[in-house]
Design a protein around this ligand. Structure first.
Ligand code: MRU
Length: 354
C-alpha cells in the first residue's frame, strides 16, 4: 500500500521536523489559515500543546518528543550530568502540558528512560540519540496508523453512514489518523460510504478539522452539530460510529473528547456498533479503569464565547471538562494496529500490549 496516495497533497502535516527545527501547524487557525510556527523553546512548545495549536493524542506525544530536543539544543555541548538533569526536568514540564492523552507522558517517559539508561559520556552524542528517538516515535506512528487502517477496513461496508466525533484524523497524528485511517483506505479502495462529522463543541475540532481534511480527500462528509446525532441515528442514517481516544484503560474503558460518551450511549440505544481506533501508544495498562484517567478541565472562556463573541452572561458558572470516559460495555471493539479487539478487554489488552 502506498501511504502517500491515501492523503491529498493539499493537506498539511500537523508536525514538521526539518534540519533539527520543529514546525507546528497552528490548528487553532484552521480552516481559515494554514500557518506553521517554528518552536523555539520548551515554553513555546508547552503553550502550543496547552492551547491546542497541536492537538490529538498521538500528535502531542510526537510534538513533545521533538520539543524536548529543541529545548535541549542550547545544552548539547554542556556537561553530561547537567544535560541529563535538564532533559529530565524539561520532559516532566512538557509532559504536564495536558493531562488526559497518555501519549504525551508515554513519549516523555520513553526519552527519559533513554537518558537514565545511557552509558554515553558524550553530551552531543546523547543529544543526537534523543533526536533519533523522537524521529523514531514519529515514524512509528505512521506505521501504527497504517495498521489501524488495515484492521478497521473490513468494518466499512458499501453504502454505510459512519459517524465520528472530534478529530482523530491526520491532523491529530503523523499521517492517516486513527478513526479516519480505515476511512482513507476504504476511500482509496473505491468503497462508497458517508461520514457524519460531529461539530464537537466547544472548540469545533469536528467542524474545523475533520470535515476539512475529509473534504480535501474527496470523502463524502457531512457536518452536523453535536445535538443532531440522535436524530440522524433515529432516521437510520448512521450504521457505525468510529472515534479516536486519548487513553484506553486496562479494562477497555476509553477516554475521548467530551461528548463521546453521549454518542456511545446513543449508539447503544439505536443498536449501532461503536468502535474506537487506538494505537498501542494510547493504551495505558497502568490505569486500571476509566476512573483512573485524569480529565482535563479547561478555561471557562471556551464555553462562554463562540468565535470570540460572548454568548453567556458575565460571571456565569461554567464547567468545561475536555474529555469523558466511555465504559467498556459500550465499546463494540478497539481497532488497534495489532487487530480488532472485542470484549473481554482486560485479558486481551494485557496479552497483546502488556
Ligand atoms: O482536545 P483535543 O483536540 O486534543 O482532543 C482530541 C481527541 O479527543 C481525539 O479524538 C483523540 O486525541 C484521538 S486523536 C487520534
Amino acid at each position: 500500500m502506498n501511504k502517500v496516495q491515501l492523503l491529498p497533497k493539499s493537506l498539511p502535516k500537523a508536525i514538521r521536523w526539518e534540519d533539527n527545527k520543529l514546525y507546528l501547524l497552528d490548528q487553532t487557525r484552521l480552516p481559515a489559515e494554514v500557518v506553521f510556527e517554528q518552536q523555539k523553546d520548551e515554553k513555546q512548545v508547552w503553550q502550543s500543546i496547552r492551547q491546542l495549536k497541536v492537538r490529538g493524542a498521538p500528535a502531542i506525544g510526537i510534538a513533545a518528543a521533538y520539543g524536548l530536543c529543541v529545548a535541549l539544543e542550547p545544552f548539547k555541548d554542556a556537561d553530561i550530568s547537567d544535560y541529563k538533569s535538564k532533559s529530565l526536568a524539561f520532559a516532566d514540564y512538557l509532559g504536564d502540558a495536558r493531562p488526559t492523552a497518555v501519549n504525551l507522558r508515554w513519549a516523555m517517559d520513553r526519552l527519559k528512560e533513554m537518558v537514565v539508561q545511557t552509558d554515553l559520556a558524550d553530551t552531543s552524542q546523547l543529544h543526537q540519540q534523543l533526536i533519533q528517538e523522537a524521529e523514531k516515535i514519529h515514524a512509528e506512528d505512521i506505521v501504527l496508523c497504517l495498521g489501524m487502517a488495515r484492521n478497521g477496513l473490513p468494518l466499512i461496508k458499501p453504502g454505510m453512514g459512519i459517524l465520528t466525533h472530534c478529530n482523530a484524523g491526520s491532523l491529530a497524528t503523523s499521517e492517516l489518523g486513527t478513526a479516519t485511517a480505515p476511512m482513507y483506505l476504504a476511500h482509496q479502495n473505491g468503497i462508497p460510504f458517508k461520514v457524519y462529522a460531529d461539530e464537537t463543541r466547544p472548540l469545533l475540532q469536528g467542524a474545523r478539522l475533520t470535515s476539512w481534511e475529509l473534504q480535501q480527500a474527496g470523502i463524502d462528509v457531512t457536518l452536523i452539530t453535536d445535538n443532531m446525532a440522535a436524530h440522524l441515528m433515529s432516521q437510520g442514517l448512521v450504521d457505525m460510529v468510529i472515534t479516536g481516544t486519548d487513553r484506553v484503560a486496562a479494562n477497555g474503558d476509553v477516554a475521548n473528547k467530551i461528548g463521546t460518551l453521549g454518542v456511545a450511549i446513543l449508539a447503544k440505544h439505536f443498536s449501532i456498533p461503536f468502535y474506537v481506533a487506538c494505537p498501542s501508544s494510547t493504551i495505558d495498562l497502568n490505569s486500571a479503569t476509566g476512573e483512573d484517567i485524569p480529565i482535563e478541565e479547561r478555561e471557562a472562556g471556551e464555553v462562554t464565547t463562540f468565535a470570540g463573541v460572548s454568548t453567556a452572561p458575565e460571571g456565569i458558572q461554567v464547567r468545561n471538562p475536555a474529555f469523558d470516559v466511555t465504559p467498556n460495555n459500550l465499546v463494540s471493539g478497539l481497532i488497534t494496529e495489532k487487530g480488532l479487539i472485542t470484549a473481554p478487554y482486560r485479558e486481551k489488552l494485557a496479552d497483546m500490549f502488556g
